[in-house]
Design a binder for this molecule. Sequence first.
Ligand SMILES: [Zn+2]
Length: 120
Amino acid sequence: MPEQYRKFHRHPAKPIRTLQDAADDAQIIVLRCGLCRRLINYLATDLVQVLNPSRPVDAPPFACSRCGTGDYMSARVKTPSMADYGHLTIRRLLGIRSVSKWGNRQLGDELKSDEGSNRR
Ligand SMILES: [Zn+2]
């Protein structure tokens, strides 16, 4: 287990519950900032696409986007109820933008038309 996760492992006798476990159960991760009280709901199935699926589910993955600090963040897991459908606002993963793409080419070779399209 990575060092920074240890403090979230509160029950030594129980196996750690991971983000993947929550995704498998279609759960919601509720991130809350104790400083500004901002609260954001994420789907665990979205988070496993961008985070390490084996990370503890109650380890807050992000700092507060409003305060810019992660010191007051808490994460809890919620199982959606029927009443939540159509009412609960979820911050969904709308897409993943790739940043860097690398490949070996010979010096002087032109890139194909579908390559280099992400360069700005
Ligand atoms: Zn905040």
